[in-house]
Design a protein around this ligand. Structure first.
Ligand SMILES: CC(C)(COP(=O)(O)OP(=O)(O)OC[C@H]1O[C@@H](n2cnc3c(N)ncnc32)[C@H](O)[C@@H]1OP(=O)(O)O)[C@@H](O)C(=O)NCCC(=O)NCCS
Length: 190
């Protein structure tokens, strides 16, 4: 038994369940859409690539109590995944008290308020249940949808930085952006 396993969470429309092997085929479908992957890998991923990533995604839940990937289900249908994971780079600040938020939805579910609805619940869970003090998110500066989602849930722009990519994507010259919200800001916004 892990000291604190990942919780199952609920919003009005979404059931957020810890990612497991039963979601693998959906992860493969998600990453096979080049539009979904436009600002991530810039191309569709193969089944083999996603199988390897799936193992890493499951391992994320082992690294920090309560954190990890969640599959989002609406009326029992997989719509995408959300993540809260500890910082992985020194420039992201301390691991203690912090988590990085992320989300990836199947294209047919975009623009229905689902990414922000699930992300709001992860902020609540992170701050209220897990005692986090700061949640941040990163994306390419040109990823308008991701930035709009960060804004919509009360995260604010922190900085632009430049990462050293082996295969830079179109738009990477404009860099990456970080958005964040602290526990105090989240409490004040309620
Ligand atoms: C980013 C993503 C998860 C957003 O999902 P979504 O469910 O469409 O987002 P929501 O419907 O909750 O919208 C949240 C806000 O962003 C805005 N928004 C969403 N997509 C947008 C777009 N393409 N352009 C402008 N604004 C957009 C919405 O209008 C909403 O703002 P509002 O609350 O002020 O009206 C989705 O586009 C996606 O999966 N993209 C591919 C994967 C990806 O890039 N993930 C992020 C990597 S860091």
């Amino acid at each position: 038994m892990r000291p604190m396993s990942q919780a199952t969470l609920r919003t009005d429309r979404i059931e957020l369940v810890p990612l497991s092997d039963e979601h693998l085929e959906h992860e493969i479908e998600l990453d096979a859409d080049p539009e979904v992957m436009r600002y991530l890998s810039g191309r569709a991923r193969t089944r083999e690539e996603v199988e390897a990533l799936h193992r890493l995604r499951l391992a994320a839940a082992e690294r920090a109590p309560g954190l990890g990937f969640w599959a989002g289900l609406v009326d029992g249908w997989f719509v995408g995944w959300w993540i809260l994971e500890p910082p992985t780079r020194a420039d992201q600040g301390p691991v203690e008290g912090q988590a990085e938020l992320g989300y990836r939805l199947l294209r047919r579910y975009w623009r229905q308020g689902l990414a922000s609805e699930g992300a709001r619940e992860l902020l609540r869970h992170g701050f209220e249940d897990l005692g986090l003090t700061r949640v941040f998110a990163e994306t390419m500066a040109v990823n308008t949808a991701s930035r709009a989602t960060m804004n919509a849930i009360g995260m604010r722009y922190v900085r632009t930085f430049h990462a050293d990519w082996e295969e830079p994507l179109p738009g990477s010259d404009l860099g990456e952006v970080e958005y964040a919200i602290t526990r105090a800001q989240w409490l004040a916004s309620r």
